[in-house]
Design a protein around this ligand. Sequence first.
Ligand SMILES: Cc1ncc(COP(=O)(O)O)c(C=O)c1O
Length: 425
Amino acid sequence: MQTKLTKNRISKKAASFTESVIREMTREAVKYEAVNLGQGFPDFAAPEDIKRKAQEAIAADHNQYAITWGVKSFRDAIVEKTKWFLNLDIDAETEITVTCGSTEGMIAGMMATVDAGEEVVVFEPFYENYAPDAILSDAVPVHVPLYQTADGWHFEKDELRAAFNERTKAIIICNPNNPTGKVFSREELEFIADLCKEFDAICFTDEIYEHIIYDFGLPILNFGLNENQQSDENRLPLPQTIQNPKSKIQNHISMAQIDGMRERTVVVNSLSKTYSVTGWRVGYVIAPPDITSAIRKVHDFLTVGAANPLQHAGAYALGLPASYYAELQKEYQRKRDFIVPVLQTAGFKCEMPQGAYYVMTDISDFGFRDDVEFTKYLIREIGVAVVPGSSFYHDKTLGSQKVRFCFCKKDETLRAAAERLQKLK
Ligand SMILES: Cc1ncc(COP(=O)(O)O)c(C=O)c1O
């Protein structure tokens, strides 16, 4: 019998997604053997000790489903690390959900809280997953621009205020920010917090780059301990209490630390970037108990749970000494300080990012029609892969003269890219 295909087999939601440009450029990079400074994953080895803990966990037979909201020892490690790093007391039983990466954490968080038609404010440019997240949760995204200035990326307070109204359910911030490298100041966070309180909105804060923050990370090691901090020589002083006098930028501040925000903040985090294990797909969400309870249900039906043995390794990773985080910062700062002048010399307009491991650049001096055309030229003729800027904007024209470089790569990879980029001149 002949079968009839009369129905629309693809849902409206799925049909409305455009394929990830970042992943497409990775495929192009492989095809043309380009040096890949596109997708944000390290090309160097993950830490040996963390890998060994994962192997041991498999050998010890942590191979069946874990508790859906996360292995107890991993949740305990999250509690301890959050106390140390953010000075926040959270409850492992009611405020943490372990997810399949922060990617699942964000979408589970949105599906657990946002109803169809409710508005979610998103700064633009944004990490490209937030757009499909809004579609999947039936949210209406409301975009607020971040403007690039010589002094970093900023939003206009009146534009942000105008984006809030009685339909606003939430705002998404990414801090430190992908793709801009912006680190939100305390003053900016307080302004956002006041709007959340005034309009009874939730703040989703993606903090997966919390340890990749520059200029102020390293010097705090020399500051010694504050009187009320534990004299554990392996742990850094609590960062938020310490300022680097040489920098006007503060160290990482979580939205959950801002007065009155604990009860309306959903922190999304992950092992991916801090421990260089993006393929493990282990993340976590910290949220007030009522929201956590809803997130756990969505998470359970979406995935059942994150990989059990890798959560055991995660418990070890989160307990690493301060020196681990200091070294991570130092390494990325070195890479940033190498690549940014290379890009500027090659003709890209850009500034030093304050955090994360990306450089968003302006390509208008090269005279290409748009970012996709330029990116293809860069991959095919120069041999370097990047991400077209338009993939970070809902209005593609806004990113049409931008491309994003990623520098979480081996020194030799960055040097090879630098050499090839000289051909651009
Ligand atoms: C801002 C941001 N959030 C989330 C992710 C995805 O993280 P995960 O591997 O934890 O899902 C990325 C990856 O590049 C990212 O840049």
